[in-house]
Ligand binder design. Structure first.
Ligand SMILES: [Zn+2]
Length: 253
């Protein structure tokens, strides 16, 4: 009798363990209550698989939102430039890049994924250049942050951002916006899931000066929505949050 009950408990424990493993990050281990299969259902419902699918594309990294500490990314090297990006954006990026070339243009990817060490070096170099140009330390640090993201807050560390310039004019200046390559990219990037991340009229919201060369992958759906609404990523995410809050209010009443 006792053995039979023990065996039944073992079977129940085994039944509970299988689905729990797939949802282990989301659901705290359920105490093995002898309430048959109920916890199994809970575990399955709690797994927001579809939501997780889109989240990585909308990761917000800006002066106020540093890269998550546990951030990791699977990178792939681009054949066209030897630089690395998140492997999930390669197909769309290549499609955009070659469509731009097919239009008779010569785009050049000059920066993609950066490690924390690279970002730190770029940031410190910018401060040094500003100091050499006569800025005091405090102003140099402030000004540097407008042009080179403080290490840990650069989108380039996500593997989702790229600097693309014209082969004919590679300067990272406002003049970049006048090149045929940028005109084409600004008009078509959303078709491939990219946005011009730091537009001229959104500097106060993005915290970054106008960069007519920095493109960010957000996925085709979000890119199209942002093009239609004229929102930058910060505005788009805020609207999404408001919408979600509105939905949950409605569904509860
Ligand atoms: Zn950039």
């Amino acid at each position: 009798m006792r053995i039979a009950r023990y065996a039944a408990a073992l079977l129940l424990a085994a039944a509970l363990m299988v689905p729990a493993a797939s949802a282990i990050r989301l659901v705290k281990p359920t105490p093995p209550e002898p309430a048959a299969a109920e916890p199994v259902e809970t575990a399955r419902e709690a797994e927001p698989a579809a939501e997780e699918e889109t989240d990585w594309k909308l990761l917000l990294v800006n002066p106020w939102n540093a890269l998550p500490e546990d951030f990791s990314v699977e990178l792939v090297t681009l054949a066209t430039c030897g630089l690395k990006v998140d492997k999930r954006i390669r197909a769309d990026l290549n499609e955009m890049f070659f469509a731009c070339r097919d239009a008779g243009l010569r785009p050049l990817i000059c920066s993609a994924y950066r490690t924390q060490a690279t970002q730190t070096r770029l940031y410190n170099n910018k401060i040094s250049r500003l100091r050499a140009a006569g800025y005091d330390q405090e102003t140099a640090v402030e000004e540097a942050g407008r042009w080179v993201a403080v290490p840990g807050t650069s989108e380039h560390q996500t593997g989702l951002a790229l600097d693309i310039v014209s082969s004919g004019y590679q300067g990272l200046t406002r003049k970049q916006a006048d090149t045929a390559e940028q005109k084409w990219l600004m008009e078509h990037c959303w078709e491939y899931g990219f946005i011009l991340r730091y537009p001229e009229d959104k500097c106060d919201i993005t915290g970054i000066g106008y960069e007519p060369w920095h493109y960010r992958y957000v996925g085709r759906e979000a890119a199209l929505a942002m093009r239609d609404s004229g929102q930058c990523l910060e505005e788009y995410l805020e609207a999404l949050e408001e919408e979600a809050a509105g939905d949950s209010r409605t569904s509860r009443t």
